[in-house]
Structures are given as structure tokens and as C-alpha cells.
Design a protein around this ligand. Structure first.
Ligand SMILES: Cc1cc2nc3c(=O)[nH]c(=O)nc-3n(C[C@H](O)[C@H](O)[C@H](O)COP(=O)(O)OP(=O)(O)OC[C@H]3O[C@@H](n4cnc5c(N)ncnc54)[C@H](O)[C@@H]3O)c2cc1C
Length: 425
């Protein structure tokens, strides 16, 4: 016997919890199925010392505050605890330890058959809330049998986990740069391969960058700037929050190199783009300072001047005389740590909602397969869509859409004799 439900949400991370809040408010019967625990990725798929990238006052849902200081960067376990507490506050119908294995469209009737590790459901709509960062990806540059340990940032926990020796971290987004610095601080020799990146100031003139992005309307940008599709963002809440500064990391002894190229005979080559990448990151940094200054002036705000923010350390030797190749054995590099991002994968969602490359097709989360929704994806509606505060607003829009469709499905005209078609709880 299938359990009938109006809406079934797959995944109990922040996106699934937000969906439950909004569906509940609209009186839509629903269930959230989570294969592991609420906010599992924050617990077991991140490194031990990770703290939130944004301060507690900002990186949260509107209806509950973190227990800590609002300006603190909350440790990852507390982020997970927050969502557990939030779900409790909502009395959210989240079933942990239940994996969704297949969703198929019903034949000749509205809705879907959902197979799970705990039985079958029939649902009129299904929301995929399985995360923006699901499957670790890294380029197959170094052969698997090369004499070096390779791991993805999602498998990194702490420096003690890695074999003795130097480490090459590939990727200088928020994960790579934080992990590289932690390894350096633990006494390791560290190489960091730096590609194109933005590096906003952590704070400027007394305001955190999340505030600046908010008032400048940058969180609401609807799409990535053309040409910036492969530009990562380097930002960190570690050490109480400080601006990522590659010159400073080089001065601390980190060996910076350009984009990682090819591997041959135990040697890795690097592109000659390190200085360009760092300068482009500087330009992004200064553009935020300029926009912030203009905003302060236009609005007559009384915020302290911060001329020191415009001073850069001199270009380090790794920029002026870049290292183009390294012999891993000679350099004592025993680990290559790939901080190269993630992709999405929906093998269980067997519906017509994907392009040829397997990417979800959607507009603000609404897919062309009626009744199938996506939430939590990068740029779903705006820059903020994958962030804790942003997903809450996207979930609200999707819940509204579901409620509207529910109303259409329930409608019966004066000529109709059939009972309402929508599934009951
Ligand atoms: C290193 C890192 C740091 C980040 N730091 C911040 C930050 O500081 N602030 C911020 O706002 N954002 C941050 N983010 C971005 C974002 O907030 C997180 O990625 C967040 O976990 C996304 O939440 P989600 O609910 O969309 O997806 P997830 O947290 O990935 O949740 C999806 C859930 O779906 C479950 N699931 C998957 N498949 C199935 C299935 N078939 N059946 C049932 N359940 C399934 C998974 O177990 C998982 O629990 C960070 C991301 C990373 C990678």
C-alpha cells in the first residue's frame, strides 16, 4: 500500500527544512525524507574546523537566531544543530534514515510514484532538495596509480589524516584556501594552485561583506556575470573572519602556483597565470571597496574610514618568478588535495526535467515536468540561492507555486461529477 501525500521533499538539509516550514504554513500535507540525518552534510562531509562563511546574524533563517554571538562565525556542528532545533520548532515531518530510490511519473494520472528504502509513496509533487554540492569532482590529471595520495576536499578532515610530507592543494576557492592555510599552520609545506577567483573583503569600514553584498544588491544578482562562470569565491569565517589575501599567504610561506596543468613522469606543470589570477582577484576586491565608499557617500553614512584596506603587500616572488613545474617526489609532495568543487546527480529522479548534460531544467526551481521542483541549486533565483538565508526565500516561492497548483487540481466546475483528484494525506 502506497502512502498518499500532497508533496514529498527529498533531502533534509537546510533546503528541506525550509520547504517544510513554508509548505506547513500553507497547509500542504508533506513529508521530508532524509537518507541520513538532518543537515548531514554539515556533520560528515566537511572538515573538522569549518565554521560558517557568514556571521550568525546573517547566515540563518528569519524565524530563529543562533545561540551564539550574532557576529560570530558558527562552527559546523552548531550549524547542523541549528537545523535540528529548527525542525523541532516546526514539528517538521522529517523522516531520517529513509532514502528515495526512484521517482517516476504516474501513467495517465497526475503525480508520482516514489520508491524509498521504507516503502512506496504517491505524491502530487516532488521537491528535490538534495543539495547544490552533491558529488565531489576533480580533473583526472594525476593517474590513480601515481605514488601520491589523492583526495577531494569533501574527504579532508584535519592535517593529521594526511601522510607525512608536503601537500599540493588544487583550487583556491573558499574550501581550498582554508584547508591550505590550516595545513600550513600545522607545520606542513603547502603548495596552492590558484585559479580565477573573487576575494571580497571580509569586512570594510565596520561592516561584514555579507552586509555590503546585501545593501549593494549583489546577493540579488539573478545570474553570474558573463565570463565569470568559472570564477570561484574565496571567503572564510576562520580565525574570527579575515580577508583572503594571497600575498599574505605567500609571505607566511605558502608556495603559490598557477592552474594545475598536466602530469608526466612524476612531474606536474602549472600555467603561467598566477599573477593574472591574483590581480583579477584584487580588482574584484577593490571594486567592492569602491562600491562601498560610493554607497556611504551617497547615503551620508557615518562609518569609519579604512585607508589601510587599500594597501597591498608587494608582489611575492611566486608571482614575479612563477614556478611552472614541480617534481612531486623531489618536492616531498605526498598528497594532492583537490578542492575543485562538486556536481549534482539525480539518478533516482526519472522524469523529464533534465537537459542533455543531465542538468536540472528549471525556472526559480519550477521544472518543465509539472509537479517536479528543485531547491538549493546555485543561482536558482539569485546569488544567494545556495546560502542558508537565500534558500529560505526560494523555498517560499516554490511552496507558493505548489499551493497554487494544488488549488487548480482541486477545482471542480459546476459540470464536474468526479471527486477532487489531489491526493489526500
Ligand atoms: C565547505 C562548504 C561550506 C559552506 N559554508 C556555508 C556557509 O557558511 N553559509 C552558507 O550559507 N552556505 C554555506 N555552504 C553552502 C550551503 O549552505 C551548503 O552546501 C548546504 O549544505 C546546502 O544545503 P541543502 O539543504 O541545499 O543541501 P544539503 O545540505 O546537501 O542537503 C541535502 C540532503 O539530501 C540528502 N539526500 C541526498 N540524496 C537523497 C536521497 N536520494 N534520498 C533522501 N535523502 C537524500 C543528503 O543526505 C543531504 O542531507 C557551504 C558549502 C560547502 C561545500
Amino acid at each position: 500500500m502506497a502512502t498518499k501525500i500532497e508533496t514529498l521533499v527529498v533531502g533534509g538539509g537546510q533546503a528541506g527544512v525550509a520547504m517544510s516550514e513554508h509548505l506547513g504554513k500553507l497547509g500542504i500535507s508533506h513529508v521530508v525524507l532524509e537518507r541520513a540525518r538532518i543537515a548531514e552534510r554539515w556533520r560528515s562531509e566537511r572538515w573538522d574546523s569549518l565554521v560558517a562563511n557568514g556571521p550568525a546574524w546573517h547566515d540563518r533563517f528569519p524565524n530563529m537566531e543562533f545561540k551564539s554571538d550574532p557576529d560570530a562565525f558558527v562552527p559546523k556542528e552548531e550549524v547542523a544543530d541549528y537545523f535540528v532545533d529548527y525542525a523541532k520548532m516546526l514539528n517538521a515531518p522529517i523522516h531520517e534514515g529513509v532514502e528515495v530510490t526512484s521517482v517516476t511519473k504516474k501513467d495517465g494520472a497526475p503525480g508520482f510514484i516514489v520508491e524509498t528504502s521504507d516503502g512506496t509513496y504517491e505524491a502530487n509533487s516532488v521537491v528535490a532538495a538534495t543539495g547544490p554540492f552533491q558529488v565531489p569532482v576533480y580533473p583526472k590529471i594525476v593517474p590513480e596509480d601515481a605514488p601520491v595520495t589523492q583526495l577531494h576536499s569533501s574527504a579532508y578532515r584535519n592535517p593529521g589524516q594526511l601522510p607525512e610530507g608536503a601537500v599540493l592543494v588544487v583550487g583556491a576557492g573558499s574550501s581550498g584556501v582554508q584547508i591550505a592555510e590550516e595545513l600550513l599552520d600545522s607545520g606542513r609545506e603547502v603548495y596552492l594552485s590558484v585559479g580565477p577567483h573573487d576575494r571580497p573583503p571580509r569586512s570594510y569600514r565596520g561592516r561584514d561583506f555579507v552586509w555590503w553584498l546585501g545593501v549593494l544588491g549583489l546577493w540579488d544578482a539573478a545570474a553570474m556575470e558573463p565570463g565569470k562562470e568559472h570564477v570561484t569565491i574565496s571567503v572564510s569565517g576562520a580565525h574570527g573572519g579575515k580577508t583572503i589575501d594571497f600575498r599574505e599567504l605567500a609571505a607566511k610561506g605558502m608556495k603559490l602556483v598557477g592552474m594545475t596543468g598536466a602530469y608526466e613522469d612524476g612531474k606536474l606543470s602549472f600555467a603561467a597565470d598566477l599573477a593574472d589570477n591574483i590581480r583579477a582577484g584584487d580588482a574584484d576586491y577593490f571594486s567592492i571597496l569602491d562600491a562601498a565608499d560610493a554607497y556611504i557617500e551617497r547615503n551620508g553614512l557615518d562609518l569609519p574610514e579604512e585607508p589601510g584596506a587599500r594597501e597591498l603587500l608587494p608582489d611575492p616572488a611566486c608571482m614575479t618568478n612563477p614556478l611552472r613545474e614541480v617534481d612531486l617526489a623531489e618536492a616531498g609532495i605526498t598528497t594532492v588535495l583537490w578542492a575543485t568543487g562538486f556536481k549534482q546527480d539525480y539518478p533516482w529522479l526519472k522524469v523529464d526535467a533534465f537537459d542533455e548534460a543531465g542538468r536540472p531544467v528549471q525556472q526559480r526551481g519550477v521544472s518543465p515536468e509539472q509537479g517536479v521542483y528543485f531547491v538549493g541549486l546555485p543561482w536558482l533565483s539569485r546569488r544567494g540561492s545556495t546560502f542558508i538565508w537565500g534558500v529560505w526565500h526560494d523555498a517560499k516561492y516554490i511552496a507558493d507555486h505548489i499551493a497554487t497548483q494544488h488549488k487548480y487540481a482541486e477545482y471542480r466546475g459546476p459540470e464536474d461529477t468526479a471527486a477532487p483528484a489531489a491526493a489526500a494525506e
